[in-house]
Design a protein around this ligand. Structure first.
Ligand SMILES: [Zn+2]
Length: 167
């Protein structure tokens, strides 16, 4: 079993007394509400980027629906590609469709890794309303890698309309 340190969100064995990463005591016993609140606080404003990325990842794994607005806010405001990618993946896992317009913007412009992740998750969200926009991307984007990824996402949506991918 794995437990997460609520100071730095590193993974630890559940037998550990102190976090192997930051040394904080692993007392456990946090109720679910304060656990998620701590994750959200770390995601929003932890001084160490890696910790913010980890918080985003854990919130996605837990499919914390209430985290979606904060994830979207971070996605829209952070300048960091790695954090953008992590929030995109989490939002995909949570499956909140309000993020689709933002993902369509990110798919068209910005760092390649973020564009590809946005296109991939748009495919996984399987929303038939964006088929036209994805087709345009698959046809007309100047970047061949983006065109291919858009093609893949398009296939995913057409094979499996209105169905969210379970992981
Ligand atoms: Zn720690």
């Amino acid at each position: 079993m794995i437990v997460f340190c609520t100071s730095c969100w590193a993974e630890n064995e559940d037998t550990a007394v102190r976090c192997s990463h930051c040394g904080a005591g692993l007392t456990g016993g946090l109720d679910q509400k304060s656990y998620v609140e701590k994750l959200l606080r770390a995601l929003r404003s932890h001084p160490i980027l890696e910790t913010r990325v980890r918080a985003a990842w854990i919130l996605g794994k837990r499919r914390e629906v209430q985290a979606a607005p904060v994830l979207m806010e971070v996605l829209a405001t952070t300048g960091d590609s790695e954090l953008k990618e992590a929030t995109i993946v989490s939002l995909g896992q949570i499956g909140d469709r309000r993020v689709i317009p933002l993902l369509l913007v990110l798919a068209r412009t910005g760092p390649l890794a973020v564009r590809l992740k946005a296109v991939e998750i748009l495919g996984e969200m399987g929303d038939a309303s964006i088929i036209e926009q994805l087709s345009t991307l698959a046809r007309e984007d100047p970047n061949e890698i983006v065109r291919r990824e858009a093609e893949r996402s398009l296939k995913k949506i057409q094979d499996d309309p209105d169905e969210q991918k379970e992981t």
